[in-house]
Ligand binder design. Sequence first.
Ligand code: GLV
Ligand code: GLV
Length: 355
Amino acid sequence: GKYRVVSTKSMPGTRWIRLLTDNDCRLEICTEAKTILSVDDILALIGDRCDAVIGQLTEDWGEVLFSALKRAGGTAFSNMAVGYNNVDVEAANRNGIAVGNTPGVLTETTAELAASLTLAAARRIVEADQFMRAGLYEGWLPHLFVGNLLKGQTVGVIGAGRIGSAYARMMIEGFKMNLIYYDLYQATRLEKFVTAYGQFLKANGEQPVTWKRAATMEDVLREADVISLHPVLDKTTYHLINPERLAIMKKEAVLVNASRGPVIDEVALVEHLKANPMFRVGLDVFEDEPYMKPGLADMKNAVVVPHIASASKWTREGMATLAALNVLGKIKGYPVWGNPNQVEPFLNESATPPP
Ligand code: GLV
Ligand code: GLV
């Protein structure tokens, strides 16, 4: 192959591999056994000559790596993730490196995981599972693992973009919850869906569902019974959930985070969980991955999973394919592939594919 492309990790499926190798690329997949590569590890992978890299959200893509990629003759980088808080896009721009991410293919999978965490927390599934396995079940009891009924309650969504809106629809359609959301942008399609679904329920003699766009995030936190966080992580959303905001949430609320860990002040969350045993959380992400803040692992009112929100076979193969298309598109000057409404392969200006 004419072009040397490096993938810092093996990724699911084979389509992404064929896409590259069928199109003049020599692909090198890093076989290093350790889970997270350091900047030095990746510098060694880039070497003297490298046209593009497919990297992971656990890697720190900043000036050091982008300038090395530029020196090696590289022009493209794709994160295998929709979130790109690990990527310094300005540094990429300065070095003329196009940057891509993998939106669209993980929307529903991620929303389904957030819904799973919501149900697991609301109905205390993990606690009950552990109780069962520990041999503690002695027979049905009126008080055994009593949790929250979702139907008719209010789901609060912070960040009603692709994933937040898909999650909201699942909870509204599946559990007939009312919606309150906070976003800088109006979620018009979501609002229309809730209105139409409410009318449908009403026509069937059922209690209609309602929606409300909150003026402030605090309104969501005060009013919602379930709150799911779906913002991007940047300076404005770091520790969005802080002690003051935890304090205004309902004592029996369920809080879910499948976005990025630092959106929650995790130390404050642990204190809040200790002080409020009926408050429950479902967490897919952590402030300091792979670690949990001290005490979190002991909290029965927390359900924790290791950043697996996008982990369905279809989605992970789709992410790998999009990542390959991103770098291939830049290398070969292809127009953008796929559905332009779903795929935004290049985030920065230097990456704009030729018309
Ligand atoms: C996963 O966390 C992603 O951003 O795709
Ligand atoms: C519970 O198992 C019931 O039958 O009410």
